[in-house]
Design a protein. Structure first.
Length: 433
């Protein structure tokens, strides 16, 4: 078979591909660094001929016209597994063009296939090789599952998308249409940690043993943790998101992946987001496997890694140990993502630890993030029966197995000193102590 000829037969212009979209169709797009810019930048241009078209996405990196204008109410809706700043902006503007999909990330794609089987999967791929294979490049949270289940598969082939290893390979015979669209991959700059975040990171670092396998999230606290691991040995990575900080630790010989229980010698992740330097590191790197999210984030898979440590951040923790990481009361902010997946997996691991980290205050020190009760409307991201370690700049509270009274005492001790007496008074009123 001449794969190049088959590719040419499936090659469409962007306008021709947009003409495939019909009223009432459900589209799923690839996520974050791999979101299909051609489709999302131009979808609004067909608003005169379609209605009720849903686009399922995750962590949109840009503002796109089809959900950033109320004129598209009833025409398009962006249903998201995880809010980013652009989607949050649309929601807070009162547009009816966005909605959140509650999920645990390892089930996000499979649940969507059951409840809203996609008519179209529209993703991004690296260029085809001589054997007819492209790769889904930097994200495989649900993308491979969509290739296998959508009625129509469209890929924007981008020369700037790195070729990756793992389960990202897609053969041209599996694809209905390809579009050539070379655009810069979205980048996420490295966030320098604050002094408070460095204090939190020092406590977390003390919990990490040599030979541990880590899931490290995104932001100032995880970046600070990575900088404080240079006295550790033979760390491994099994993580939802491959991050910039992992490269430096690998180059310094701190991350070796040698002592991992699963996939020794390999970084295991389900998507990558960072800077151009990171994308160059990932490019055709056989030491990094980008596997399906339903595998990587499955708590029972994660738990098979001995000494598994999950490090996630939160917005609020109540005095009984309930964690909210995705909303501020009724204001939806982000999403559950893989937090509960990775936290549960780590706590089930032999010698594992599930760590929830947060600053002790918010709004310039005016409010405590450790609270008597979660604000009304707050979703619970990590239930109190799953909680393990909570860390602030004031210390570590190990809550697993403790009574409510003991939890109150432990959490008050790591709350900001300005709020400790008030927390005790409120806990007494609530009959928690």
């Amino acid at each position: 078979m001449d794969w190049k000829e088959l590719y040419r037969k499936k090659l469409l212009s962007l306008d021709s591909a947009l003409n495939l979209i019909k009223t009432n169709q459900k589209i799923v797009v690839s996520m974050v660094s791999m979101e299909p810019k051609g489709l999302l930048d131009n979808l609004h241009k067909i608003s005169d001929r379609v209605k009720n078209v849903s686009v399922t996405s995750c962590l949109n990196m840009r503002e796109y016209p089809f959900f950033m204008d109320s004129q598209y109410n009833g025409t398009f809706i962006n249903e998201s597994w995880f809010y980013s700043a652009p989607v949050r902006k649309a929601a807070e503007s009162g547009y009816k063009t966005v909605s959140y999909i509650p999920n645990n990330l390892h089930n996000a794609g499979t649940d969507r296939i059951v409840s809203n089987k996609p008519d179209i999967f529209w993703g991004v791929a690296s260029p085809m090789d001589k054997n007819g294979y492209m790769t889904l490049s930097l994200s495989n949270v649900y993308e491979r599952d969509m290739v296998e289940n959508a009625d129509i598969v469209v890929l924007e082939v981008n020369e700037k998308a790195p070729k990756t290893h793992g389960e990202t390979q897609v053969h041209i015979s599996e694809v209905d249409h390809v579009i050539e669209n070379n655009f810069d991959i979205p980048e996420l700059p490295v966030v320098e940690p604050s002094e408070t975040e460095k204090h939190i990171a020092r406590h977390i670092s003390a919990l990490i043993e040599d030979g541990s396998t880590l899931q490290i999230g995104i932001g100032g606290i995880p970046n600070a943790v990575a900088k404080l691991l240079e006295d550790k040995r033979d760390l491994g990575i099994h993580t939802e998101m491959f991050t910039e900080s992992m490269i430096e630790l690998f180059e310094k010989g701190i991350i070796t992946n040698r002592r991992k229980t699963l996939w020794p010698g390999k970084f295991i992740c389900t998507f990558a987001l960072g800077t151009k330097k990171m994308y160059e590191f990932v490019e055709d790197n056989p030491g990094i496997f980008v596997l399906r999210g339903k595998y990587v984030n499955d708590p029972y898979i994660i738990a098979q890694n001995e000494k598994m440590v999950s490090i996630n951040t939160a917005i609020t923790v109540d005095l009984t140990g309930q964690v909210c990481s995705e909303a501020i009361g009724t204001r939806h902010y982000s999403g559950t993502g893989g937090q509960l997946d990775t936290h549960r997996g780590a706590t089930m691991s032999k010698g594992g630890k599930g760590i929830i980290a947060l600053r002790s205050t918010a709004k310039h020190g005016t409010i405590s993030t450790i609270v008597p009760l979660l604000p009304p409307g707050s979703p619970v991201t990590v239930p109190r029966q799953d909680i393990d370690y909570v860390v602030t700049e004031y210390g570590i509270a190990h809550l697993r197995g403790l009574s409510v009274k003991q939890r109150v005492e432990a959490l008050v001790n790591i709350a900001h000193p300005d709020f400790r007496n008030q927390l005790k008074k409120e806990a007494s009123k609530l009959n928690l102590i």
